[in-house]
Write a protein that binds this ligand. Structure first.
Ligand code: ZN
Length: 149
């Protein structure tokens, strides 16, 4: 698997523990790994529960909603594919139904929009967001759009 997409952005390289996350994303589902013994959610996926040390787990479907817990707007020097979009955003999203579980991604204006497409007023800590699953080089890559109420 290539490490970059056609436009020079880094592509995920799933490992054995994370492969189910990407398979569910391909179906438009945001699932997180939970411990089968103590029910503790964990992300990123890994073999052992950090709370009870169990090696059994399953994948819980989430609502795909959350809020921006933090964000950055990277500026050059950047990899060439990212420099073309600077300044873009990188958001850290805490899931609504799994407090403490935070995923890194990009806030975009619409599912297939570029990583520099979000309106500045939508990029704020606490803003409600929803996962979307655009196809990037044949792979569903979760990103976030503003949740309109
Ligand atoms: Zn556990």
């Amino acid at each position: 698997m290539r490490a970059t997409t056609d436009n020079g952005l880094l592509a995920p390289v799933p490992d054995a523990d994370g492969a189910p996350f990407w398979d569910f994303a391909a179906r438009g589902e945001l699932r997180i790994q939970i411990c089968s013994d103590c029910r503790e959610p964990r992300f990123p996926p890994r073999p052992c529960c950090p709370k009870c040390h169990s090696f059994t787990s399953s994948w819980r479907l989430t609502s795909g909603t959350g809020h921006i817990w933090s964000y950055v707007r990277p500026h050059p020097p950047l990899l060439p594919g990212y420099a073309a979009h600077a300044p873009y955003n990188v958001v850290l999203v805490e899931l609504a139904d799994a407090p403490g579980i935070r995923l890194v991604g990009n806030l975009v204006a619409s599912p297939d929009a570029e990583i520099d497409s979000a309106a500045p007023e939508d990029l704020r800590i606490g803003a409600a967001v929803r996962a979307v699953f655009p196809r990037v080089q044949g792979m569903a890559l979760p990103r976030w759009t503003p949740e309109r109420s």
